[in-house]
Design a binder for this molecule. Structure first.
Ligand SMILES: [Zn+2]
Length: 414
């Protein structure tokens, strides 16, 4: 039996004097009754009751159904109404005995002013006129929330959380993309042309596996990238969509901060070109070095396989740098003066780039480090005519150059 008093169905229609009101206040009305009254009682939108207040099948809470909805009460949560298509969705999942549990809110207008939602103990149901009502819960709901719910680029859900065809992970599709989750990768969004390309490869059952990042802006913003378990998908307006299956790990050592193009811009430019070869450029660490005596570094003839004592000293600074990682040292100038120089001591792969270098110098010098050589064509990254003179940005990498770079032991399969 309920410990609460239930609406006798008459009180509101009577003229009540102040003493009666005080008397009513002393009565501990059933929370379902109080909620029903707050929503207008039998003359409100819920309409008249179609059941009495009834113990839920789970034995914990109570409910009352009405013509146009229900009020559910849980002793540690309170009483909230559910109605319409959100109620229908909750019902289809198994009411309070589903993973959603009891409602924690009434049906509420979404901040975008278009849709409606109820939050429940174990998740939420979102509805909009064009999408219908679907549940989101768990880590996928957490990601949806962190992105800004329906006001994010994702918009409203188009599915319940569903099991992936591989039987391992889970997903919700949304108007503007998807959130995929698996036990080992967590929940990440994927959207736009990157999502379309992943879908065309076979979603999580493709060689890429599950996303391990949201879609990220690449360094200086030239492109976008989503990282997956076994590769990345890159997009830029000039490169289009490219699958990246190898990576080069770059460590940045700064003696002198670049002045003409920021480090981010140089990385973005490098990634844009390297994407054509299917190579992802990872900036693994950044460190400032106080080495004034090497700030105008003697590079001799800048010949691969031949280094000066200053280069040997400079390239000895390898904090954080793992085997097969590469390093760029940003300096004020080289002696003699170049934009950069890729000559490096054996076993210490890397290059020097001067502060006034072009946007393409970083990618050009690492091209040398990865085994490709000068050409006389100012449309190409490896032009010997100076990367400031590149005529058709982003400059080209040929198929053969890409193969050589991927065959380097400094590019690692993802
Ligand atoms: Zn060169």
């Amino acid at each position: 039996m309920s410990k609460f008093r239930v609406d006798p169905g008459l009180v509101l229609e009577k003229e009540i004097d102040l003493k009666a009101i005080e008397a009513i206040k002393m009565i501990q009305w059933h929370p379902i009754t109080l909620k029903y009254w707050a929503l207008g009682g039998s003359s409100g939108w819920l309409g008249t009751n179609t059941t009495s207040i009834t113990r839920c099948p789970d034995g914990v809470g109570e409910f009352q159904h009405y013509v146009n909805g229900s009020i559910y009460y849980h002793p540690s949560i309170g009483a909230y109404e559910v109605h319409g298509l959100i109620r229908a969705r909750w019902s289809s999942l198994g009411w309070e005995r589903s993973f959603l549990g009891y409602p924690k809110t009434d049906e509420t207008r979404t901040p975008d002013g278009i849709g409606r939602y109820n939050h429940f103990q174990g998740g939420s149901i979102y509805w909009s006129p064009s999408t219908g009502a679907w549940e989101v819960h768990g880590a996928i709901r957490g990601k949806y929330s962190s992105l800004g719910w329906e006001r994010s680029f994702l918009g409203y859900p188009l599915t319940n959380e569903s099991t992936c065809p591989d039987g391992v992970g889970r997903y919700n599709h949304f108007q503007g993309g998807s959130i995929y989750w698996s036990p080992s990768t967590g929940a990440h969004e994927v959207h736009g042309l990157i999502r379309s390309h992943w879908a065309s490869l076979g979603w999580e059952r493709s060689f890429l596996g599950y996303p391990i990042s949201d879609e990220l802006v690449v360094f200086g913003g030239a492109g976008r990238i989503s990282n997956f378990q076994h590769g990345s998908i890159y997009w830029s307006s000039t490169a289009g969509v490219k699958v990246l299956r190898e990576r080069v790990r770059v460590h940045v050592k700064i003696l002198e901060t670049p002045t003409t193009f920021t480090i981010n811009e140089q990385f973005a430019a490098m990634q844009e070109v390297y994407a054509v070869a299917g190579i992802r450029v990872d900036c693994a660490s950044t460190e400032n070095l106080n080495l004034p005596s090497l700030n105008d570094v003697d590079v001799g003839g800048c010949t691969m396989g031949s280094v000066t004592s200053e280069q040997t000293t400079l390239f000895g600074n390898r904090n954080f740098v793992g085997t097969n990682d590469v390093v760029v040292y940003y300096v004020r100038s080289t002696v003699p003066g170049y934009n950069g120089c890729a000559a490096h001591p054996s076993g210490r792969p890397g290059c020097v780039v001067v502060r006034s270098a072009s946007r393409w110098t970083l990618g050009h010098e690492f091209g040398h480090v990865l085994g490709i050589h000068h050409v006389s064509d100012n449309n190409r990254l490896m032009t010997g005519g100076g990367t400031f003179n590149i005529t058709n940005p982003p400059p080209d990498l040929t198929t053969g150059e890409g193969t050589t770079m991927r065959n380097s032991n400094l590019t690692i399969p993802l």
